[in-house]
Design a protein around this ligand. Structure first.
Ligand SMILES: Nc1ncnc2c1ncn2[C@@H]1O[C@H](COP(=O)(O)OP(=O)(O)OP(=O)(O)O)[C@@H](O)[C@H]1O
Length: 363
């Protein structure tokens, strides 16, 4: 199934899906998904995202058109074999309630005839990969939190090391904090594993965060635009896409640019606001003296306000936010150990925000 780097892993060619009740779920879809990339399918409810996803592993068959996975027409492959060779993660994790977590993860390897010992040892390895303890493997799904269950769902989908992973709103049912953690984990895993991932979500921020390419659908199963996140945000194809991306699409674009390369200056000394560091040069807070600006003075007449230092890997959006929150209008920049490397002014952040936009428009 693996055609090699740089190839297209999944190809939809003029695919239609009309259900027996007359609903057209997918309309004349031609879409290519490169190997090792994350393609995110977004769009309002009922626009055909799930149907598109499920046609890849033949949980739904197209009415017409061709879908190829690894260069082979899916309709020429046995549906059960195809399903076992493609990882599948859904919103409610879909775990078997009466099997332990370890046995859940071992499901596909066992179906593939790996033998109990090998399947369980692979499952144990995957528990660690997705950040769960060995002890969690002995529990039953209901004894885990929603976020942990989703991790098990991902581990189960990865168990037979499939080249393709289908994820249908996998993080839709967890709170925003856990959701961000799961997204981070997926990005980390993907760096190592380089799977071809097709990911369905309603959440445009999740799409921008995770996608190498984003396909926007509208009702009736029409694909409106498929582009990189930067291209989509800078140049939406029409008003539908622009509305879907939301009024803050300019700010979302800034989430794609890191602070690396944006100039820093030494932290100011003797100004109204001083950046206080600890012994390891880690920023602690901004402080102003009795005569300085600021609010809520402490007993000693000084005021301390929080600082949120940023690394080169943080985004321009985070920097813009911090530059507004910072009483000094300065963003404290730190190295990987958290030690201060310099500061960047609000004006400089604004200037680079403008440049990032200009670059995205002409890219
Ligand atoms: N088995 C089915 N029989 C008839 N109609 C169906 C069937 N499955 C889906 N549909 C219809 O096809 C359309 C597309 O559904 P689909 O689930 O693919 O959309 P979706 O974009 O994933 O929606 P959501 O975001 O709400 O999950 C909808 O109008 C849906 O009602």
């Amino acid at each position: 199934m693996q055609p090699g780097k740089g190839h297209l892993m999944i190809q939809f060619d003029a695919v239609h899906k009309r259900f027996p009740n007359g609903t057209t779920a997918v309309h004349d879809l031609s879409l290519e998904m490169p190997e090792g990339g994350v393609t995110v399918l977004v769009g309002s409810s009922g626009c055909g995202k799930t149907t598109t996803l499920r046609m890849i592993n033949r949980m739904v068959d197209p009415t017409s058109g061709t879908i190829r996975v690894g260069g082979r027409d899916v309709l020429e492959q046995d549906a059960a074999d195809l399903r076992r060779s493609i990882g599948y993660v859904i919103q409610q994790s879909g775990l078997f309630p009466h099997r332990t977590v370890l046995d859940n993860i071992a499901t596909v390897p066992l179906l593939l005839g790996w033998g109990r010992r090998k399947a369980r040892s692979r499952a144990a390895e995957l528990l660690e990969t997705v950040g769960l303890s060995a002890e969690a493997g002995k529990r039953y799904p209901h004894q885990l939190s929603g976020g942990q269950q989703q991790r098990v769902g991902v581990a189960r989908a990865l168990a037979a090391d499939p080249p393709v992973l289908l994820m249908d709103e996998p993080f839709g049912a967890v709170d925003p904090v856990v959701r961000t953690q799961l997204q981070d984990e997926l990005l980390r895993l993907q760096k190592e594993l380089n799977k071809t991932i097709v990911f369905v979500t309603h959440d445009i921020d999740e799409a921008v965060r995770l996608g190498d390419r984003i396909a926007v659908f509208r009702t009736g199963g029409h694909l409106v635009q498929c582009a990189t996140p930067a291209e989509l945000l800078a140049r939406p194809a029409d008003d539908f896409v622009a509305d879907f991306l939301g009024a803050e699409r300019g700010l979302k674009l800034l989430s794609l640019t890191s602070l690396k390369g944006i100039p820093q200056a030494p932290a100011p000394e003797g100004g109204t606001w001083e950046l206080v560091l600890d012994g390891a040069r880690k920023p602690l807070h901004w402080r102003t003296g009795p005569t300085g600006a600021g609010s809520a003075p402490s007993d000693s007449g000084t005021t301390e306000l929080p600082v949120r230092p940023l690394r080169d890997t943080d985004s321009l959006l985070a920097a813009l936010n911090e530059s507004i929150a910072s009483p000094a209008g300065l963003v404290a920049r730190v190295d990987a150990d958290g030690a201060l490397t310099g500061v960047t002014s609000r004006d400089e952040i604004h200037r680079h925000a403008g440049l990032a936009h200009a670059e995205a428009l002409v890219a």
